[in-house]
Design a binder for this molecule. Structure first.
Ligand code: MG
Length: 264
């Protein structure tokens, strides 16, 4: 039975629904990991998409993004100044690039969504700093996602972690509720005011996804009508986990522990 939260539009998941969603999320995480292991100088982003296609199929799941609003690939590959929604193609990764990989899987009628940014070979210290800050911002947001807290507490935790390290937070793209739909209520901004917004309840499931820029927060969409890039051409990094709000604190659904290979 699907339950509607007392905050309008937010769908709470039952334990049974969460169990199904945990499997979908695990597939998203494991496919992302398989793709990440193939990242190296000389590889094209289209080759990374091929890996995602094969790995998700092996597990009987479907790539959430393929065809979503017309997106032409299974994974988003966003390099350097590209923020999100990069389309895999013939671009060859080179030493010193950073690449953001974003992958969603649908299984059991539910979606899981995860992203990470990593270096291609050896990277510079500034590149490493923005990657670490984006990962840390996600961790700070997750830590704030507790029953009784407000959504603004999560947003503010992400924003303050990023800005304290000298990075800006993208405004035009945000995290989201997730479940039977890839994007459900509520929107989860990576900026905001603690104490504001909906109260977090047991059974809420959300994809938190801070996008940090090395320069200004403003972005624009490239000529391919998908790829989001920083307006100043400086680096951007992106991390994402699908989480569930539970009694004992937030559960990260898109992590690799818990479902050894072969269970699904
Ligand atoms: Mg997402």
């Amino acid at each position: 039975m699907t339950q509607i939260g007392h905050e309008a539009g937010i769908i709470l998941k039952s334990p049974r629904e969460l169990a199904q969603m945990r499997e979908a999320s695990w597939v998203a995480a494991v496919v992302l990991e398989e793709v990440a292991q193939k990242v190296r100088p000389g590889v094209t982003t289209a080759e990374l998409d091929d890996v995602a296609v094969n790995e998700v199929r092996k597990r009987g799941a479907v790539a959430s993004f393929k065809g979503y609003r017309g997106f032409p690939a299974s994974i988003c590959t966003s390099v350097n100044e590209e923020v999100v929604h990069g389309i895999p193609g013939n671009r060859v990764l080179k030493e010193g690039d950073i690449i953001s990989l974003d992958f969603g899987a649908q299984l059991n009628g539910f979606h899981g969504d995860a992203a990470m940014t990593m270096g291609v070979g050896r990277i510079g210290s500034e590149a490493q700093k923005i990657i670490d800050a984006a990962r840390g911002a996600l961790e700070a947001g997750i830590a704030a996602a507790r029953i009784g807290a407000r959504l603004g507490d999560v947003s503010a935790a992400i924003q303050s972690h990023a800005e304290a390290r000298g990075f800006s937070v993208v405004r035009e793209y945000v995290g989201h509720g997730i479940g039977r739909q890839l994007h459900e209520d509520p929107q989860v901004p990576n900026f905001g005011i603690a104490g504001e917004g909906p109260v977090l309840q047991k059974g809420m499931t959300m994809a938190l996804e801070p996008m940090l820029n090395a320069g200004v927060w403003r972005t624009r969409v490239a000529e391919d009508k998908w790829t989001v890039i920083t307006v100043d051409g400086k680096l951007s990094a992106h991390f994402e986990h699908t989480i569930a709000i539970d009694d004992n604190g937030p559960e990260i659904l898109t992590k690799l522990q818990g479902f050894p290979e072969g269970v699904i």
